[in-house]
Design a protein around this ligand. Structure first.
Ligand code: BT5
Length: 238
């Protein structure tokens, strides 16, 4: 067992819940920082912008309650970086698709959802496909650790590693955000590539140049530089 500092000091384990983020939100005001809510199944797992997150048994579905002094956009990267490090522990090479996905071999294996209430708390929700089945409609775009490794992996080991890496990245986020951003740039596989970015009602095609220090994406569109604060990136530009 790893020596846990903040994240995972307290773990609440549930058989089934609608969404661990929803559950975590209810207990967040009183819960100690670093409390983890993990469920075997979610009946209404959620992605960003009200999208659905498939969460059958066999995957890792969890939320961490964080109470940083000044939460910002970069908190979501803690999730992606910790997932990439966890995958490496199992021999898998993952990359981050800004801002919140982790991909392996061209497919999405993990998604991160941060939700917060002002400066009071942030819920860092992480979904990682481990041994769970994937619905047929996602088979072309999603993958799991089991599919990539060729056999099932012990969920508890994956959880243990993920909590360890989350704790490390949360410490780095607070003490050396410059290091966090440097690693993020290394792990972000869309840089230099032409992508389609949807931000609200607007869709742009451009070249992803960099992730800026505040966590936003720098995009070159027709010779002009655009700073994207929050958006969806597609690797299929047309
Ligand atoms: C995300 O949203 O990628 C964030 C997912 C966060 C899920 C965790 S699980 C624990 C915690 N509790 C919650 O209720 N949520 C968090 P987004 O970028 O909007 O991606 C959603 C899209 O990913 C969907 O529209 C599908 O296309 C695809 N998708 C759904 N389920 C998937 C899965 N299991 N694996 C891969 N892709 C999936």
């Amino acid at each position: 067992m790893n020596d846990v500092k903040v994240i995972g000091k307290k773990i609440i384990r549930l058989e089934e819940v609608d969404s661990t983020n929803r559950y975590a939100k209810d207990i967040a005001p009183e819960a100690p920082e670093g409390t983890v809510v993990v469920a075997r199944r979610q009946s209404s797992g959620r992605g960003r912008l009200g999208r659905r997150w498939e969460s059958p048994e066999g995957g890792l579905w969890l939320s961490v309650i964080l109470k940083p002094e000044k939460p910002d956009l970069r908190l979501v990267f803690i999730g992606g970086l910790a997932v990439v490090d966890t995958l490496l522990d199992f021999g898998l090479q993952g990359g981050i698709k800004w801002p919140n996905d982790v991909w392996v071999n061209g497919k999405k294996i993990s998604g991160v959802l941060t939700e917060g209430k002002g400066n009071d708390y942030v819920l860092l929700g992480i979904g990682l496909n481990v041994n769970n089945p994937l619905p047929p409609e996602l088979s072309g775009s999603a993958t799991s650790m089991m599919l990539e490794i060729g056999r099932a992996v012990t969920l508890e080991r994956v959880l243990d590693k993920l909590l360890f890496h989350l704790d490390v990245w949360y410490t780095i986020y607070r003490e050396r955000p410059d290091l966090l951003m440097a690693r993020l740039r290394e792990r972000t596989f869309i840089l230099g590539r032409t992508v389609r970015v949807t931000e609200g009602e607007t869709t742009m095609i451009g070249r992803a140049l960099d992730v800026l220090d505040d966590g936003s994406l720098l995009l070159e569109v027709g010779g002009e530089l655009k700073r994207i604060l929050y958006g969806d990136v597609s690797l299929r530009p047309v």
